[in-house]
Design a binder for this molecule. Structure first.
Ligand SMILES: Nc1ncnc2c1ncn2[C@@H]1O[C@H](COP(=O)(O)OP(=O)(O)O)[C@@H](O)[C@H]1O
Ligand SMILES: [Mg+2]
Length: 259
């Protein structure tokens, strides 16, 4: 299938440690490996995805795009991975809420900036969100078509899921009618434990087809690869982690709103 329009996917879960950054980078790399042109946008002030890919000091770039109307395209940088570009983040982004407070239309600033990107340059825009439902996250949702929700396969992680889907609904209703959840992804699945299996089953029961067939298994290689500055597809190409993220990429390519 040839994609003519950029698919914009926000990787979202207000809980830290869900696997958002792991999924954003490794899914982006798997799509890039399959020949898709991917732009990853790091919207987390902690900038984990940025430093993983070798971008440690993005200064105030993204903050100025949001608050001073600078051009987003000027922040795009190529990574060492073929087909993968990045818009990096930095700590300064944590000031976005304060800087934008009181302005009109603060929830949709990012959407306006993204609309000016040359959309035919990429097949995918993947946004790594912060672990909160703050203004940055709302901006990420207003400026996305799809939401991918990674969930740690632990009973404690299921609690916030319902309110998360409700937040997505509210944004859809009030700010972005086209927004939809493209899938829920079970992460850190330890197949040796009943607990992990039960959590995945309960996800399927509650959310049905919304849950990806692919689960991301617990794999130490996935935890290691950020320290080596590589995505799993390059750090440990034949690991279960690489297998799982390639499988997710295939599923995501097959699955969209139309089918
Ligand atoms: N499938 C996995 N197997 C092993 N470790 C993982 C896996 N997924 C995530 N991790 C580790 O769990 C931690 C939290 O993941 P991360 O992607 O940073 O979550 P988030 O971005 O949602 O806070 C990181 O240390 C990461 O390396
Ligand atoms: Mg993260």
């Amino acid at each position: 299938m040839y994609i003519t329009f950029m698919r914009t996917i926000a990787i979202l879960n207000q809980k830290g440690g869900s696997g958002k950054t792991t999924t954003a980078v490794n899914l982006a790399a798997s799509l890039a490996e399959s020949g898709r042109r991917v732009l990853i946008m790091d919207l987390d002030p902690a900038a984990a995805a940025s430093s993983w890919l070798g971008f440690k000091d993005a200064n105030r770039g993204l903050l100025e795009v949001l608050t001073e109307g600078k051009n987003l395209v000027d922040l795009v940088q190529p990574t060492a991975i073929p087909n993968l570009d990045i818009i990096a983040s930095s700590m300064s982004l944590s000031g976005a809420g304060k800087a934008l407070a009181g302005e009109i239309g603060v929830e949709t600033v990012l959407r306006k900036r993204i609309a000016k990107l040359p959309a035919d340059r990429w097949d995918f825009l993947i946004k790594d969100c912060p672990p909160s439902l703050d203004l940055l996250t709302i901006n990420a949702l207003s400026a996305a078509q799809e939401v991918l929700i990674p969930v740690e396969a632990h009973i404690m992680a299921l609690g916030g899921l319902y309110s998360l889907t409700q937040t997505v609904e509210v944004v859809q209703e009030r700010l972005n009618p086209g927004l939809f959840i493209c899938g829920i992804l079970a992460c850190r699945v330890d197949q040796r434990t009943n607990h992990s299996r039960e959590v995945v089953e309960s996800l399927h029961q509650k959310f049905g087809k919304l849950v990806y067939k692919t689960s991301i298994r617990e794999n130490v290689r996935l935890a290691e690869c950020p320290s080596f500055g590589k995505p799993i597809t390059m750090y440990a190409s034949s690991s279960t982690g690489a297998e799982d993220y390639r499988s997710l990429a295939r599923e995501l390519l097959k699955r969209n709103k139309q089918n």
